[in-house]
Design a protein. Structure first.
Length: 177
């Protein structure tokens, strides 16, 4: 009975596969949004000033970072929680694919969120007169919360890795002789 339950639990990981396929759909939506933003940006080119050019580029960068984030979650999540991708012979396989564990995935996720938040904040700073002071203050506070959360998450992972390493190398702590 125990073995049957364990096999069922292990097989349940495949319930995540449709979610990763759904994220590919979200990537297609981001691609469509990127293309529409690019067309709108290019259409405004004749009367585009420096500030609006920078804002347009930042919007495109923002969308591409969100797409990169989706790819990281799709590839890493699938490989960490569902099944390894058998792509060893694929020349274009990203170097990091298959090497990002859950801790690395969390750090990449937080780093991407911080970058996206920073871009949104930069867009606000480029046209600061358009936003009320309290909204700018909250955006800065939220961005700082993301930054501090990322640093604390990285610090926790670093401490965990150090403590595991210390236990592995100190015989008295690992139960060895």
């Amino acid at each position: 009975m125990e073995r049957l339950i364990e096999r069922g639990l292990f097989a349940s990981r495949w319930l995540m596969a449709p979610m990763y396929v759904g994220l590919v759909g979200a990537l297609l939506i981001l691609l469509w949004t990127f293309l529409m933003e690019l067309v709108r940006f290019a259409g405004a080119l004749p009367e585009l000033g420096v500030d609006n050019a920078v804002l347009g580029v930042l919007a495109l960068i923002d969308l591409s970072l969100a797409g990169n984030l989706l790819l990281i979650v799709i590839f890493s999540g699938y490989e960490n929680f569902v099944s390894r991708m058998d792509l060893k012979d694929e020349e274009d396989r990203p170097e990091w694919q298959g090497t990002v564990d859950f801790a690395g995935l969390k750090l990449k996720l937080v780093a991407s969120i911080v970058a996206i938040s920073g871009i949104h904040l930069l867009k606000v700073f480029m046209d600061v007169t358009k936003y009320p002071e309290d909204k700018i203050r909250w955006m800065v506070i939220i961005h700082l919360v993301f930054v501090v959360s990322g640093v604390l998450l990285a610090l926790m992972d670093w401490i965990t890795a150090r403590s595991k390493g210390a236990k592995a190398y100190r015989p008295g702590l690992s139960g060895g002789s």
